[in-house]
Design a protein around this ligand. Sequence first.
Ligand SMILES: [Zn+2]
Length: 299
Amino acid sequence: MLRRKNILMLMAAILSSLLLMKEAIAQEQVWEAADGVYKYGPGHGFNSMFVVTNEGVVVFDSANTQHSKGMLNAIREITDQPIRYVIQSHNHWDHAGGGQVFRDQGASILAHVEAYEWMKANPHPDLALADEVWAGKQKNIVLGGKTIELHYVGMSHGLGMTVSVLPQEKVAYIADIVTPNRVMFTVVPDFNINEWKKVLANVEQMDFDTAIFSHSHAKEPLGTMKDVTLEREYIEDLQAAIMAEFKKGTPFEAVPGKIKLDKYKDWAGYDEWLSMNVYRVMLDMWMGPYPWRPEQAYE
Ligand SMILES: [Zn+2]
C-alpha cells in the first residue's frame, strides 16, 4: 500500500515538473515588455515583437514560415484578436520572410517603399510581398488606443530600414542595427558604417526605455537605450583603433591582426569576427562609404 502511494506521489511529482517545464518553455519564448507589447524569441537567434490591442494585433518581422507559425501559436495563447498588420523592418529575406502565415489570418503586410522595390526585384520562395507600401520618414499607426511610430532611418543597413517605437509604452523594435553583446556580424554585410553611426546617434534621441532587438546575445531578455549607445561606441572605437594603426604606418594587411578592443572582449563573436569587422570597416575608410545611394542620407 505504502509502495503504491509512493509511486502515485512520484507520478504526481513527474507530472507537475513536466507541467512546470512546459510553462518554463512557454515563458522563455514570450516576454511582456509593456502593457500589450511582447517579445517573441523562441531561442533560435531571431526575435520578433507583437502588440496586442482591442482592435487587433500588430506583428514586427515575420522572419520565416516556421518562426511565424510559432509566433502565431504564441499570440493565440494570449488573445483571439485578429492579426491586422505585419511590419517588415527592412528588405532582407531573413527578416521579411514568413509573412504569408499572417496574411492567411487576414493581416496586411507593410513595408517601406525602398524595401518593397528590392523585394519585388529579388523574390524568395518564403517572401510575401507587402500589401501596403509607405514612403517618407515616418508613418504612424493607431490601433485600439495604441500608437505605433514607424521611423525610416535611411542607409544604416539594408533598404527601407525602419525603427518602430510605441511612445506611450516607451518600447522600440530594432532590427540588425543594434545587436547587444555581440561584435558586428561577420563581414558587416550591407551596412554603410558612417550612416549607421549617425542613425544610432539619432535613435538615441528617440523616446523609449525598453528595446526588443531582432538579434541579441545579452543575458537579459529585454534591451535598453544603453545597448544602442554601446553599439555606436563599438563602431567609434573600431574606427579609432584602425586610424591609430594607419597613423603608425602599419601595413593595411597587418592591421586586422593588431587590433584588440578589450572593452568588448566578452561579446559574442569577438575571437572569430573582430578581424572580419576590421577588414570591412577599414575598407570603408579606405575606399569611402558603401553601399550608398542618392538622396537617402538620414538627416
Ligand atoms: Zn538585415
